[in-house]
Design a protein around this ligand. Structure first.
Ligand code: G6P
Length: 616
């Protein structure tokens, strides 16, 4: 969701700004723009609705000479995705340019006030008020000091922001600040850089600084970065974050799309995550900031997440309840934030699951739980992300950059991380002996091999995808732990193929969804060999009796399912049925991808979606 980039230094700014925006495309956006300060002290820019490739074409015929500039990919919140509403936004004089990620909640009242004061607005966005507020401050006591003008402007704002600001009167000065929305800065030999996340910076540095909320950074062409607090007092640089993957990790490397690449990377991601996790006394999970005694006293777990990560939570609930016998409540962060306070005791553990570590609703919920005195444990992929920094303990899944908007490798890696947590809890509570934990751990170690086997069967998914031709809707079913897999499968299909899909626990079908069924209606039934298989098979029969076309996800050798279903996506037998979701979901990821490609869509950048949802 909205990407911000900024550069000042010795190189031409526009080339890196455009590359940076291209790298941030994965966050999701609908328009883009850049603005550079020319050596003669003027602002020149291009912006447009649509893709960065269109912006590049426009930039190639514009005069964008300058070594300092800012850029933006916009995901529309206030105002349609049009050229006019694209960032950067300028003040009335056209000498101050601003890019913004976040939402200014009090923009209407500010806009009214600024219009009365004579400011002219050119867009319908909330962000434009910032350019005019900086202009006001610049015309007053902050003249000659961009950082101060930005501080004065942000003092008037309510909401969330990551900002990059340039001013034609001070070519070479780039000012950045944030509140709630992510922003990192980096100092290098050829200048200083800013970006919404580390992805665009991986090609220029291996160390970045994550700005603290409300701190204002002034970046200079010699690469220096000065940081002040909201009152203008200099503050020390925050600890630098090491980028531990090389820039090529965020490139396609021979794959046709990032989704294909990331689906294929799942076995290695799990191997990395499990490496060194089995110690002499069971699972090594030092990231937990709780003693063994405190862990053993945990009597309730509240899991908070959004989207795909929420489906990990549903799977984690089954594992934690089965292995550690602790009741688990799984909450959508966006709903949880407006519910009454949950009853939290010192023995309640909050687990936030978030690939990006920046999902606004998840962060708000985690802060609320911490505010209630709860220990918060984050499972995340992004190093130094807000969720990681604000939690009592963080387990990094180390899946590497996930670029495709639809999450795949983070899903299975987060799931395995949750399995580790469940085993650690079971051990601490004395419900499993170290030997039993070890046995389960060896089960987890088999997952990469089983995943590779599923990946080698992708032709099955390609074949099954044909059944979705000409269809407008589908139903995904599963029971117990497989219901979470069904939810995730339906979400994947919706996200990238734009076909309607809904998921239900198989037993719920008779309470409504069965009315959808008619001859040829596609149903995907997740029915691995486990204690609820027979019940789901009965549901498949009910679907078939109504003419539905059923695609089964079943365990090798299940002849009954093979006879019933039009197509079967086979999963190899797994030592523990509880672990099947980590391999079965790969078929559903592949199925969604094949259906989407069959329909001619860009699977990496689905319409309207953002990778990192940084507004509530
Ligand atoms: C967006 C993404 C999803 C992701 C969800 C939660 O909707 O498109 O892929 O699952 O946000 O993101 P998080 O980073 O918190 O896991």
């Amino acid at each position: 969701m909205c990407g911000v980039v900024g550069y000042t230094g010795i190189k031409q700014a526009s080339a890196w700004l455009l590359d940076g925006l291209q790298t941030l495309e994965y966050r999701g956006y609908d328009s883009a723009g850049i603005q550079v300060v020319s050596p003669s002290g003027n602002l020149h820019g291009v912006k447009c609705a649509g893709r960065v490739t269109t912006l590049r074409e426009r930039a190639s015929v514009a005069n964008l000479n300058g070594t300092c500039g800012i850029g933006h990919t916009r995901w529309a919140t206030h105002g349609a995705p049009t050229d006019r509403n694209a960032h950067p936004h300028l003040d009335c004089s056209g000498r101050i340019a601003v890019v913004h990620n976040g939402i200014i909640e009090n923009f209407q009242e500010l806009r009214r006030e600024l219009m009365i004061a004579g400011h002219e607005f050119r867009s319908e966005t909330d962000s434009e008020v910032i350019a005019h507020l900086v202009e006001e401050a610049w015309a007053g006591p902050a003249r000659g000091d961009v950082a101060r003008a930005v501080r004065n402007a942000t003092d008037r704002l309510e909401g969330s922001w990551a900002l990059a600001v340039v001013c034609a009167d001070l070519p070479g000065t780039l000012v950045c600040t944030r509140n709630g929305s992510p922003l990192v800065v980096a100092s290098t030999d050829d200048g200083a850089y800013a970006a919404s996340d580390i992805m665009p910076l991986a090609s220029v540095t291996s160390h970045v600084l994550q700005l603290q909320d409300r701190d204002v950074a002034t970046l200079s062409p010699d690469g220096s970065i000065e940081i002040c607090d909201r009152d203008g007092r200099p503050v020390a640089h925050p600890p630098s974050i090491d980028i531990d993957w090389d820039a090529s990790a965020a490139r396609l490397g021979g794959y046709s799309d990032f989704m294909a690449k990331e689906i294929s990377e799942q076995p290695e991601a799990i191997e990395r995550l499990l490496a060194g996790r089995l110690g002499k006394h069971g699972i090594e999970l030092d990231e937990l900031s709780l003693t063994r005694e405190e862990l053993s006293a945990i009597d309730r777990v509240v899991i908070i997440a959004c989207g795909t990560s929420y489906h990990v939570g549903l799977t984690a609930k089954v594992a934690i309840e089965r292995w550690a016998r602790v009741p688990v409540q799984v909450e959508y962060a966006s709903e949880f934030n407006y519910n009454e306070d949950v009853l939290v005791t010192e023995h309640t553990m909050c687990v936030v699951i978030t690939q990006s570590g920046e999902t606004a609703d998840t962060l708000t919920a985690a802060r609320r739980m911490r505010g209630m005195g709860c220990n918060v444990f984050a499972i995340t992929n992004v190093l130094g992300s807000t969720a990681a920094r604000e939690s009592d303990g963080t387990l990094y899944i180390q899946a590497g950059p996930e670029v495709a908007v639809a999450s795949t490798k983070a899903y299975t890696a987060q799931m395995v991380a949750a399995f580790l947590l469940a085993l650690r809890l079971a051990l601490a509570k004395g419900l499993m002996s170290p030997a039993e934990v070890e046995k389960h751990f060896h089960g987890l170690e088999l997952l990469p091999g089983l995943m590779r086997e599923v990946l080698s069967r992708r032709w099955q998914d390609k074949q099954a995808a044909r059944l979705f031709r000409g269809k407008v809707s589908s139903l995904f079913l599963g029971r117990n732990v497989s219901s979470a897999t069904a939810y995730e499968g339906a979400l994947k299909l919706k996200e990238i193929s734009y076909l309607h899909a809904e998921a239900h626990p198989a037993g719920e079908m008779k309470h409504g969804p069965i009315a959808l069924l008619e001859p040829g209606f596609p149903v995907v039934a997740v029915v691995p060999a486990d204690h609820v298989r027979d019940k789901t098979v009965s549901n498949i029969m009910e679907c078939i009796a109504r003419g539905a076309t059923v695609v089964g996800v079943a365990t090798d050798g299940d002849e009954q399912v093979a006879k019933l279903c039009q197509e079967v996506l086979w999963v190899p037998a797994c030592p523990d049925p509880l672990l099947v979701p980590a391999i079965a979901v790969i078929h559903l990821q592949l199925l969604a991808r094949y259906v989407a490609r069959d329909r001619g869509f860009d699977v990496d950048k689905p319409r309207n979606l953002a990778k990192s949802v940084t507004v509530e």
